[in-house]
Design a protein around this ligand. Structure first.
Ligand SMILES: [Zn+2]
Length: 93
């Protein structure tokens, strides 16, 4: 019988760090992308900042366009070169 893997709930940026995931930001508008500096983001927003909220508010620091967020296990791949991408938050309405 196939055993189910336990579901990992990743709902906040604190949980991403806890489970060893890396967060990557890609901007389709200007084709830039890099890993997010997760420790800096945690200091900036707090561990309980949720991913849906991050998706809504994240913007490309270069062109201000909408970005896509992808998660991967940090151990599963090598870090892309370059400076970690900062997240620019759109003002709340
Ligand atoms: Zn951009």
């Amino acid at each position: 019988m196939a055993s189910k893997l336990p579901a990992v709930r990743l709902n906040t940026i604190g949980q991403i760090e806890e489970h060893g995931y890396a967060l990557r930001l890609d901007c389709p508008s200007c084709a830039r992308g890099a890993d997010v500096d997760l420790p800096a983001l945690l200091r900036q927003l707090g561990r309980d900042f949720t991913l849906p909220e991050l998706r809504r508010h994240a913007a490309c620091p270069h062109c201000g366009g909408a970005v896509t967020l992808t998660m991967r296990l940090e151990a599963a791949g090598t870090r892309p070169d370059g400076h970690p991408m900062a997240i620019r938050l759109k003002p709340r309405r």
